[in-house]
Design a binder for this molecule. Structure first.
Ligand code: CO
Length: 134
């Protein structure tokens, strides 16, 4: 059911510092900072030949990644995102298999303007999984 790895999201406390690390030390193609106030994060997109890395920094008082950074002050892998052809079909199959879909179960528009859903990390090897309509 799942297709390509769309991105790996890494939560960071200082997105400028993390951008510099990826640009200068790792030599990657790094975007500018894109604020996503609807999602409570600032994002930077790093384009690799086969996938993307997204840096996430808290934005605003109720950022969904604030608690994660409290537990992981150096930052860390926050979630991975797989592409699916049909997100509603994928959701229904996952629910039928007993997986928990976070939120109200309806896809939201994610950072790339496409519908996304998040799946409970306890159901997926301790990893928060995002699925995105390809
Ligand atoms: Co994501």
């Amino acid at each position: 059911m799942i297709g390509r790895l769309n991105h790996v999201a890494i939560a960071v406390g200082d997105i400028a510092k993390a951008s510099k690390l990826y640009r200068d030390t790792l030599g990657a193609e790094v975007s500018g900072v894109v604020p996503q106030p609807d999602h409570g994060v600032n994002t930077v997109f790093i384009t690799l030949p086969n996938t993307k890395i997204e840096l996430l920094e808290p934005l605003g008082a109720n950022s969904p990644i604030a608690k994660f950074l409290e537990r992981n002050p150096d930052g860390g892998i926050h979630h991975i995102c797989y592409e699916v052809d049909d997100i509603l079909d994928a959701r229904d199959k996952l629910k039928a298999e007993g997986a928990r879909v976070l939120g109200d179960g309806n896809p939201r528009i994610g950072a790339h303007g496409k519908p996304v859903l998040f799946l409970h990390p306890k159901d997926f090897c301790g990893t928060l999984v995002e699925i995105e309509q390809a």
